[in-house]
Ligand binder design. Structure first.
Ligand code: ADP
Ligand code: MG
Length: 703
């Protein structure tokens, strides 16, 4: 057969061909596949396995280990059908190892029940866990072994694909197999420069796809399971490249818009700076100068300011706002909770009103006449700096001339919310500048990849006079000693936070654990003024308690993690975090940032419930060792992976088919260089790579 060397057209013919050409895919199935973004052969090639199941071996029941997936075979020794609030089917299996394994089903059909006659041979695959009667597997995949069935084991790993609603796993596997049979030749499929790839010692795309979908019997199974097989790295590289290119393109699209240039004399900036009771840190000055430069341009700024808790982001935002106000424009500042937004409002009022700048407040609880009044002031331009919560993003809020949209703790907002705010200043000709702030330090590698469409500034220095928080981990059985310590601290005029950790997020609304702690501490600490804040209180109640705490009228504040963001009480110098072993590093660090804001030595006690898992131990140890948010973030990335770090759903970080930013971080610098090179030398190739991996759907329009 003659080798086809025709590049693009052949690819279009092969990869972009519709799925209806595959046997078994009629219009109904095609619609289901399409709903999950699978419409071409190429989409099926890139529907990559989530993981693998190892059916190449049988494990005896006696040697099954909880938590480890395995394949076993046994004969049915008993069947029980019951009802415990819902129907349950339990099937006991035995093998020659004298072990018993229970298979438990919650969803089953009558026909399934009749399959499990006593004595029937069953081969099943799943992860066993301890149950009432020994090990059990819930909903295993299984096969009834007839007498003529061959007993042969699989000779390679079985890929498990992301499920598609309405298309069974076996059918999906068959479709993918058919699509793979039509993989074109290497030269047609490969888009990356060959010299670049060979330099890395990685396989071609064609060979990589075949390996991950149909691992050969001699493949390195360990590497495949860990996602570090060269074939997987080859795919990860191209995927990372596609995402990077896509973000870069969105950034370029944004740059094509106009924005109001906010260059001016800077008189208001000077006045604000002179009126502050402190000197800006070097980092604050540097970041503000970066922002000032951006705002002076006639193109929209999109800058992320990351600064550890307490690094002083708010004042930088206020200075930026002054540049807009001086040009007669409006500024919006949105924060994710009322507590935080109101704290911003108080700060900004104190700083700006003496300069004659008018602020306005808009939150969900501002209703009726008060709301109409604020809306009118915003619409007329009378309100120059508008502070609020999500309420700012509602349709009824119309600005006269919004030039700068500031979003604090941006990871708590969805991208669409940020865009909704921005669009309030877009008038077809011009788009406002955007400043987003986060206290979650982002490891450099992540910032480079996930925020390729943003400029990133770091306030990497704390204001002077802060002493690092001393952190200890304490077993819960030493609680009585701790209570004595608290009594002493309060007598000395120190203020204390006691943070109750909720087991599940849904408990945010359940006040009982915090309420109970509050009551017990009150009883144990006579003479100490104890306060309580939790998620179920009204914002006004929360605020009143926080204000009383700030004013020194409360000594010990029992709180759920609602105090996590932004709250500032410099006199608080002791924090107890209960059940600290349940929290992730980022959250622990955020919480701890509430103390150590004054000049007194601050302490943080991580109260844990033994026994600790290895991971929890490592987290607590990290917290004991360092106060550096960037180090903690790196560690967090290492321990948890990036999805959780950034709030997967909100940032669009989700949706990698192969790449994993933590695991594949070493690939990123190369991906960067390659992106530069492609954009400069072969923009059409860049387009194809983005189309191949991301499709035409815009992941999130930063433009
Ligand atoms: P964050 O970056 O966590 O949002 P804030 O903006 O709330 O930090 O600032 C924390 C505290 O530090 C505030 O009380 C603020 O007034 C104060 N602050 C900010 N910058 C400085 C500085 N350069 N010197 C001293 N205190 C500062
Ligand atoms: Mg803040």
């Amino acid at each position: 057969m003659a080798r086809s060397r025709a590049p693009a057209p052949a690819l279009a013919a092969a990869g972009e061909a519709s799925l209806s050409m595959l046997s078994g895919i009629g219009p109904a199935v095609a619609t289901k596949l399409e709903a999950r973004g699978l419409s071409s052969l190429q989409d099926l090639w890139l529907h990559l396995p989530l993981r693998y199941e190892d059916r190449t071996r049988l494990t005896t029941i006696a040697r099954l280990q909880p938590g480890v997936a395995a394949q076993v075979e046994g004969r049915v020794s008993a069947v029980e059908r019951g009802f415990r609030g819902r129907p349950v089917l339990k099937v006991a299996l035995e093998d020659d190892s004298y072990g018993t394994l229970v298979l438990r089903f919650f969803h089953f059909r009558a026909q399934q029940v009749s399959q499990f006659a006593v004595g029937t041979r069953i081969r099943c695959y799943g992860t066993a866990k301890p149950g009432h009667l020994g090990l059990e597997i819930v909903h295993p995949s299984y096969r009834v072994m007839g007498s003529n069935d061959d007993d042969e084991l699989g000779d390679s790993l079985d890929p498990v694909y992301p499920a598609i609603e309405g298309v069974g796993p076996a059918t999906l596997r068959r479709f993918i197999g058919l699509a793979l049979d039509r993989l074109p030749e290497e030269s047609t499929l490969e888009l990356l420069p060959p010299d670049w790839l060979s330099g890395l010692g990685l396989p071609s795309l064609r060979s990589a796809l075949l390996t991950v979908h149909r691992p050969p019997p001699d493949a390195d199974l360990g590497a495949l399971a860990a996602g570090r097989h060269p074939a997987q790295r080859r795919l990860a590289i191209e995927e990372l490249l596609a995402h990077h290119l896509s973000l870069r393109r969105q950034r370029m699209a944004l740059q094509a818009h106009h924005a109001p240039s906010l260059r001016g004399q800077g008189a208001l900036v000077r006045q604000l700076r002179d009126s502050l009771p402190f000197q800006l840190t070097g980092a604050q000055q540097r970041v503000f100068e970066q922002i000032r430069k951006d705002l002076g341009k006639a193109h929209p700024m999109l800058r992320l300011v990351q600064g550890d808790v307490g690094s002083g982001k708010t004042v930088v935002a206020a200075l930026a706002a002054m540049l807009a106000v001086e040009r007669g424009k409006q500024v919006a500042l949105a924060a994710p909770t009322e507590l935080l937004a109101e704290q911003h409002l108080n700060n900004l009022r104190a700083w700006l009103e003496p300069l004659g700048v008018r602020t306005a407040w808009l939150a969900g609880k501002v209703t009726g006449k008060a709301r109409s009044k604020v809306l009118a002031e915003v619409a007329s331009g009378e309100a120059q700096v508008v502070v609020g919560t999500h309420a700012l993003m509602q349709d009824s809020v119309v600005f006269k001339d919004l030039a700068l949209a500031i979003v604090d703790e941006q990871h708590r907002f969805g991208v669409h919310q940020r865009l909704a705010l921005r669009d309030k200043g877009a008038d077809g000709r011009s788009v406002p500048h955007q400043l987003v702030m986060t206290a979650t330090p982002i490891p450099r590698t992540l910032a480079m990849s996930e925020y390729a469409d943003l400029d990133v500034s770091a306030i990497d220095e704390l204001p002077p006079g802060r002493t690092p928080v001393q952190t200890v981990a304490l077993n819960n059985d030493r609680r009585p000693e701790l209570i004595q310590r608290i009594a002493l601290a309060c007598r000395e005029g120190q203020q204390v936070y006691w943070v109750c950790t909720l087991i599940e997020e849904s408990e945010e609304l359940d006040a009982t654990p915090a309420q109970a702690t509050f009551e017990s501490l009150q009883a144990l600490l006579p003479g100490v003024r104890v306060g309580l804040v939790h998620g179920r209180l009204k914002a006004s109640e929360k605020l009143a308690t926080m204000v009383a705490f700030k004013a020194g009228q409360i000594d010990l504040l029992v709180a759920t993690t609602v105090i996590e963001v932004g709250v500032d009480v410099p006199n608080a110098s002791l924090m107890i975090i209960e059940n600290a072993e349940r929290l992730g590093l980022a959250q622990l660090h955020q919480l701890r940032g509430r103390v150590g804001r004054g000049s007194a030595v601050s302490r943080c006690v991580l109260l844990y419930q033994a026994p600790l898992s290895a991971m929890a131990r490592e987290r607590l140890e990290t917290m004991r060792q360092t106060n550096d948010g960037f180090l903690i973030a790196e560690k967090d990335l290492e321990l948890r992976g990036p999805g959780e770090l950034l709030g997967t759903r909100q940032t669009g970080l989700a949706g990698f088919r192969m790449a994993d930013l933590a695991r594949d971080a070493d690939l990123l610098p190369g991906v960067h260089d390659l992106a530069e090179r492609l954009l400069a030398e072969a923009p059409d190739v860049a387009d194809k790579i983005v189309r191949r991996w991301i499709g035409t759907a815009v992941r999130y329009a930063s433009a």
